[in-house]
Design a binder for this molecule. Sequence first.
Ligand code: UGA
Length: 419
Amino acid sequence: MGLVVGTCLAELGNIVICVDDDIRKIDDFKKGIIPFYEPGLEEMIHRNVRAGRLSFTTDVEQGVKPSNVVFIAVGTPQKLAGGVELAPLKRISRQIARAMQDYTVVVEKSTLPVKTSIYIKKAIALNNVRNIAFDVVCNPEFLREGSAVSDFMKPARIVIGTENERAAKIMTELYESLAAPIIVTNLETAELIKHASNAFLSLRISFINAMANICERMGIDVSKVAEGMGYDKRIGRQFLDAGVGYGGYCLSKDAANLIKIAKDAGYDFELLKVVQKINENQRDQIVAKVEGALRDLPGRTIGILGLSFKPDTDDMREAPSIYIIKKLQGKGAKIKAYDPKAMENARAILEDVEYGQNPYEIAKGSDALVVITEWGEFKNLDLSKVKRLLNQPVIIDGRNIYDPQKVRELGFRYQGVGQ
Ligand code: UGA
């Protein structure tokens, strides 16, 4: 997120210095090597480095000293007991305080629990030995992995949380050229807007997945239900795709955090707990469908298409594939898998998986093919060839990428979600 924000701000014409304490990462960035996949980012980095607007360093002082605005984009690891580990945030706040030279706007960009801005303010104030003027702003990001660059450049809205007019003006000017609605609130409201937004997205997904379960029992197609609902402008069509459930670090983490935020405020957010439960259940459904199609799993080979938590990213954090694969392995199945970008990351997480170079290698000798992530390249497979390669013509389509009728006409036993 930090790299996307820094690069896009440079693209808007600002001078940006990206700081990280990981020497290897910074060395790679300097050489133009990006250790993860994000469409459009690499070219933009090269362009802005060449133009002299974007540079990288491990030295906090070098980054903070000449800057009017400092974005904090540190990681937000979860504590085992729940909540977010704030130590990295406090550390960087102290370092910023010591390096500030002139009035500085310090921006909380990482998604952090409501009122974290108070910690940042305190940590800076305590270490601000030269008494430099500063303000803390919460400016949550709404970037989706896989389309982060275009989300930054064409935002639906920009939220700026601050109590200070000077800081609000600087932040507004920074984003002015993006021509998006800018909402200025106090700090806590901005922090809560981010959590509420992600939680609402997960709510929509669990709602449509619950509908999918009803549709399956009634012989109704959930995608038609979503289409029929989506034309209502009050509802909209986005985030109503039934599937294997939501994954990824953000939606999963933010729902859990909002439940904790609510609890700390004295409210039991039961609705969101049910959202989580429906989501977990959705993964189990896929396993049950595979089991239902093959009857017994021990000794069977299951071919998995797609490992990342969604297409166009190599991110495996909280990916539904991890849960589904481990569950199938636990029931005695052998797993073959292919993903266009995430296999390297998957290797570090999953054991005993045989990886292939393309979907056909996965189909060969498998007893069933399971689609977990809807990568574009899976949509146009030669399904007749897939059928010849499979031991049994079974497809469990966790993302509804195929037309059930056409696939069944080819002789497959096919099951999607909510059909
Ligand atoms: C999410 C939010 O969409 C961003 O606005 C936010 O900035 C970001 O988290 C963050 O907090 O950093 P992201 O995690 O990249 O972005 O992914 P999404 O596009 O939201 O998808 C999340 C999951 O929901 C994926 O597993 C996806 O497959 C699933 N999903 C999405 C569905 O199952 N059905 C849908 O209709 C839409």
